[in-house]
Write a protein that binds this ligand. Structure first.
Ligand code: ATP
Ligand code: MG
Ligand code: MG
Length: 352
C-alpha cells in the first residue's frame, strides 16, 4: 500500500490516520506552511485536509509531487469565483451570485441580487470568516471590490450536505444527506439517519457525481446545500473529508475517513450502510467530561488542541439503533453539557 501524506496538520489528518491504523495503512500529516525539506517517497500519495497554503519549501514539495491528487478541483474551489463558475458550467443550481470587481459598481451589483446578500471573500474563508451580510441601503465596504463575490441571501428551511467518494475508475458511493445546523457560519451539530426526501438525495448525488467526474476527482468530497421549497441549492464544495461527515465514524459501516483512504490507495469502495440514527455535536472551545462516556451511544473525539473561545477542539458522536433511544441519550447528555451548548441538543431533538 502507498503511504498517504496529508497536507495540513489538524484534526482531519489525525482522523485519517486513525482510520488507516487497523490496516496499517500509513498516514502522515505534514504542515505545509514551513520552509524545511520533508522526506517524501516517490510512491507516496498526497492528499489535503486544508485547501490552500503558501509556496513555502514544504508547500511546493507537496504540490509538485507526481502523486499530488485533485490539483484541478483544489484550484477550482479555493477561489469562490472559480467555484461558482464551475457550478454554473455544470448546471448545478446555486445561489444567484455576482463578482464584486470595481468600487463604483458595488451597490448596483449588490442590488441586482435583491434585498439582502451575503458578501464572501473569494479566498481563505472558513467557519463563516470573511463574510458580511448586506441589505439594500446598508453600508458597503470599499475593500469588497476585487476581493469578494456576493450571493443572494437564500431563505432556506434548513441546510444539508452530501458526502461522497470517487475512485480512479470513476466508481462513486454516497452517504445519505446529513442535516446541519450552522450558527454564525460555524457548524454546531449534524443529524443523520433520519428520512431524506428521495428527490433531494437523487439531485444531490447527480450533481456531486457530475462535479467529481468533471474534475476526475479521487477521494471524498462534500457538498453543502440549502433546502428551499423542498429542493436543493448548492452552497459550496469541500474537496476533502468534512465536518458534516464526522458522524460516519460510528454511524455507518465505513467512515468517510476510510472511504477517502480506500479511494486514494486504490482499495475497494463499498456503499456505506447506515447504522441507526446519529447526532454529531461540535465542541467549540469547550472541554469534554468523562461522565459523558456513561451515556449509551456517546463517543468522544478529542483533537488534543489547546482551548480557545469558539475553536473546534473535538466532537461528540451520539449513535443509537432507534430514534427513541437517541432521544433518550441526547436528553441525558443535554443535562451534562454547559448551558450554552444545550441549544445544540434542542436543535437535534427537534429534527428527530
Ligand atoms: P465552511 O466552514 O463550511 O467552509 P464558510 O466560511 O466557507 O464555511 P459558507 O459555507 O459559505 O462559509 O457559509 C457559512 C454559513 O452561512 C452557511 O452554512 C449558511 O448557514 C450561511 N450562508 C452562507 N451563504 C448564504 C446564503 N447565500 N444565503 C443564506 N445563508 C448563507
Ligand atoms: Mg467553506
Ligand atoms: Mg460552508
Amino acid at each position: 500500500l502507498p503511504r498517504i501524506v496529508v497536507a495540513g496538520n489538524g484534526q482531519l489528518g489525525q482522523m485519517l490516520q486513525q482510520a488507516g491504523a487497523p490496516m496499517q495503512l500509513q498516514v502522515k500529516p505534514v504542515e505545509p506552511n514551513q520552509d524545511i525539506e520533508v522526506a517524501l517517497h516517490d510512491d507516496d500519495v498526497i492528499t489535503v485536509e486544508i485547501e490552500h497554503w503558501p509556496d513555502t519549501v514544504t508547500g511546493l514539495q507537496l504540490k509538485n509531487h507526481p502523486n499530488f491528487r485533485n490539483a484541478s478541483a483544489l484550484h477550482a474551489v479555493i477561489d469562490r469565483q472559480r467555484q461558482k463558475s464551475l457550478l454554473d458550467r455544470l448546471q448545478v443550481p446555486t445561489a444567484p451570485w455576482v463578482v464584486l470587481e470595481s468600487e463604483n459598481e458595488l451597490s448596483e451589483k449588490l442590488e441586482s441580487l435583491g434585498e439582502r446578500a451575503v458578501v464572501k471573500r473569494r479566498r481563505g474563508g472558513y467557519d463563516g470568516r470573511g463574510q458580511w451580510r448586506w441589505q439594500r441601503g446598508g453600508e458597503i465596504e470599499a475593500e469588497w471590490a476585487g476581493t469578494c463575490i456576493a450571493e443572494a441571501m437564500i431563505p432556506f428551511s434548513h441546510e444539508v450536505s452530501l458526502v461522497g467518494a470517487r475512485n480512479a475508475k470513476g466508481e462513486k458511493v454516497f452517504y445519505p444527506l446529513t442535516r446541519n445546523w450552522h450558527e454564525n457560519g460555524i457548524l454546531r451539530a449534524s443529524v443523520a439517519g433520519i428520512p431524506v426526501p428521495e428527490i433531494q438525495q437523487q439531485h444531490a448525488q447527480e450533481w456531486l457525481s457530475r462535479i467529481m467526474d468533471d474534475q476526475d476527482y479521487i477521494g471524498v468530497m462534500a457538498m453543502e446545500c440549502f433546502v428551499v421549497d423542498g429542493d436543493l441549492l448548492v452552497n459550496e464544495l469541500a474537496p476533502r473529508v468534512h465536518n458534516s461527515g464526522h458522524w460516519t465514524q460510528e454511524g455507518a459501516t465505513i467512515s468517510q475517513f476510510e472511504l477517502h483512504l480506500r479511494a486514494l490507495a486504490e482499495l475497494p469502495l463499498i456503499t456505506p450502510e447506515i447504522k441507526g440514527v446519529s447526532v454529531m455535536y461540535n465542541l467549540l472551545g469547550r472541554n469534554w467530561k468523562p461522565e459523558w462516556l456513561g451515556i449509551d451511544g456517546v463517543h468522544v473525539h478529542w483533537y488534543g488542541k489547546s482551548l480557545r473561545p469558539g475553536r473546534k477542539v473535538g466532537h461528540v458522536n451520539i449513535n443509537r439503533p432507534t430514534v427513541e433511544q437517541l432521544k433518550q441519550s441526547l436528553s441525558d447528555l443535554r443535562e451534562r453539557v454547559d448551558d450554552e451548548d444545550k441549544i445544540a441538543f434542542n436543535w437535534s431533538l427537534d429534527q428527530l
